[in-house]
Ligand binder design. Structure first.
Ligand code: NAI
Length: 246
């Protein structure tokens, strides 16, 4: 379904990003596995994809760094000639009640989650405009849709992603570039593994389907939005959340 497509997935050394990279590769895309600190795990993902007959390369870049992103995207274009799919998945949490939240906790989350997505979109969309085609998929969160106590920084970054998605969708639509967001609910990854049992139980109680989702649930929606089956869908926020945000 994605043969000859070049895809960049940020934060793809583990969790949802890893699953997205593997699913895109399975559909035939050449996948750039972006990582920041986890070189070994990114190489593991790269090797796994290659062993399954797919094409992948792990490339380091801190998405929060504007000029590093410019160099990263330029490097991908130099090596592969194009970028068809960009998935902005890299994200962090620094949870705290707003009253206790430190300036660094707010800034770190906004820099990685929101500015990181902007940085990659800015440079990748320049190439997509030349190609007159492209698919950008931004990973938001139900926290950005509904808000969440203890996550003022994270919710703001994820709500920001939604505004960024809609504005970019309007700017790029006439050139056949679509920009959509996925808002996952609670997904079983290392990010949610660290939550206490009581927080997990309270979260589960809010999910109509009564259980956390899997990284694959988000990956399947990403593959669909990256494919030509989704050519007429842009500026949307698709919740993959077991009904949590309805
Ligand atoms: P994770 O913590 O397992 O993976 C995040 C990845 O992003 C890691 O590989 C990390 O190294 C990478 N990363 C962090 N900062 C980076 C930077 N500056 N540059 C490049 N890469 C960086 O988390 P998970 O659960 O896989 O989350 C993936 C995305 O999905 C995040 O944006 C997260 O906010 C979002 N999400 C996750 C949910 C969940 O329940 N797990 C729910 C809703 C959204």
């Amino acid at each position: 379904m994605l043969k000859d497509k070049v895809a960049v997935v940020t934060g793809a050394s583990r969790g949802i990003g890893r699953s997205i990279a593997e699913h895109l590769a399975r559909e035939g895309a050449t996948v750039i596995i972006n990582y920041n600190g986890s070189a070994d795990r990114a190489r593991e993902v790269e090797t796994g994809i290659r062993e399954n007959g797919g094409k992948a390369e792990a490339i380091q870049c801190n998405v929060a760094d504007f000029s590093a992103c410019e160099a990263f995207i330029a490097d991908v274009i130099k090596k592969y000639g194009r970028i068809d799919i960009l998935v902005n998945n890299a994200g962090i949490t620094r949870d705290n009640l707003m009253m206790k939240m430190k300036e660094e906790e707010f800034d770190a989350v906004i820099s990685t989650n929101l500015k990181g997505a902007f940085n990659c979109m800015k440079f990748a969309s320049r190439q997509m405009l030349k190609q007159r085609s492209g698919k950008i998929i931004n990973i938001s969160s139900v926290s950005g849709v509904m808000g969440n106590a203890g996550q003022a920084n994270y919710s703001a970054s994820k709500a920001g992603i939604i505004g960024l998605t809609k504005s970019a969708a309007r700017e790029l639509a006439s050139r056949h570039i679509t920009v959509n967001a996925i808002a996952p609910g609670f997904i079983r990854t290392e990010m949610t593994e660290v939550l206490s049992d009581s927080v997990k139980a309270a979260a589960t109680a809010q999910i109509p389907m009564g259980t956390f989702g899997e990284p694959e649930d988000v990956a399947q929606m990403t593959v669909f939005l990256a494919s030509d089956k989704a050519d007429y869908i842009t500026g949307q926020v698709i919740c993959v959340d077991g009904g949590m945000a309805m």
